[in-house]
Design a protein around this ligand. Structure first.
Ligand code: ZN
Length: 297
């Protein structure tokens, strides 16, 4: 159907007036489509200490970020469980604490996870570092011990957020893991640092894969957009093709990012790029997908 016919349906009264109004609105709106104005769930962030959450929640209030899912940083901070729990206690309406899994290679990792999930009733496990070149971590998620972790998480209804820098070999291993445990939902953080075409194939082949777009902001690479530039066309196309599979997140971690000005820039940028998506898709990526996946009420 052409745009003209959508704007002026047969039999509608005042079709011409509607067209004129549409043109006026189009002129009034910024070229990029305007800012997304609905709520945002930050589906993936961290804290570097026990106090940074205060600045983060203050920024959330300024920018209508209604929830933040706080995750562990894969064993790099031994106090993650305590910091996450304390943040969720202090801000129960804003903070959802994930269950860190600092050492998935432990022989008893799956059994410990089972007990921890039964105790904590966490809605999400992670962030689990499967492959991170900068920390020389390189694990095979299709290894039976890791598949057991996926099985345990699935039995508790908890998706597993993984950090996995993808190359061809790693992507093949991820696909084996997704096939080995189709009941587990795996959330690939930062889109695995991969190109949209790679992610498109993975999403097409594996219904149990989700992608979080956290940490793909202007200060990092790969980025969805520069600080003032448009949303990358290939990412935009893929998100609009598979709107149920993507979650937005900010992925703050380093203490310097908790400066109010920096948080304003990151949250403002997030809202701006969401505004480049069609409105019904923007709200899915902004909060609806995360709310469904992580059972946020
Ligand atoms: Zn992260």
């Amino acid at each position: 159907m052409s745009a003209a016919r959508r704007a002026c349906p047969p039999g509608a009264l005042g079709g011409l007036r509607a067209l004129a109004l549409g043109a006026a609105l189009a002129l009034a709106a910024p070229a990029a489509g305007g800012e997304y104005r609905g709520p945002i769930v930050d589906a993936h962030s961290h804290v570097p200490n026990s106090t940074a959450i205060d600045a983060y929640v203050a920024a959330m209030q300024r920018h209508d970020v209604v929830r933040v899912v706080l995750l562990g940083v894969g064993g790099a901070q031994k106090d993650d469980p305590a910091w996450l729990a304390a943040a969720a206690r202090k801000y129960p309406d804003r903070v959802v604490a994930g269950l860190p899994l600092p050492d998935p290679a432990r022989p008893d990792a799956a059994a410990r996870l089972d007990a921890a999930l039964a105790r904590a009733k966490a809605r999400v496990v992670g962030e689990v570092h499967v492959r991170q070149a900068s920390r020389k971590i390189d694990r095979d998620p299709s290894d039976p011990a890791f598949v057991k972790i996926l099985t345990v998480a699935a039995s508790h209804g908890a998706p597993v957020v993984i950090h996995m820098d993808l190359d061809a070999r790693a992507a093949a291993a991820l696909e084996r893991a997704l096939r080995a445990e189709p009941t587990a939902i795996v959330v690939l953080a930062h889109a695995g640092g991969a190109a949209p075409a790679v992610i498109e194939g993975l999403l097409a082949r594996h219904a149990n894969l989700r992608v979080d777009l956290s940490g793909m902001h202007f200060a990092r690479a790969p980025a969805l957009a520069t600080e003032a530039g448009p949303l990358d066309a290939a990412w935009k196309g893929l998100i609009e093709t598979r709107p149920d599979r993507f979650l937005i997140g900010i992925d703050v971690w380093a203490a310097r990012l908790f400066e109010p000005k920096m948080l304003d820039r990151l949250m403002g940028w997030t809202r701006r790029i969401l505004g480049e998506l069609r409105p019904e898709i923007a709200e899915r990526v902004a909060w609806k997908n995360a709310a469904a996946l992580y059972r946020l009420e």
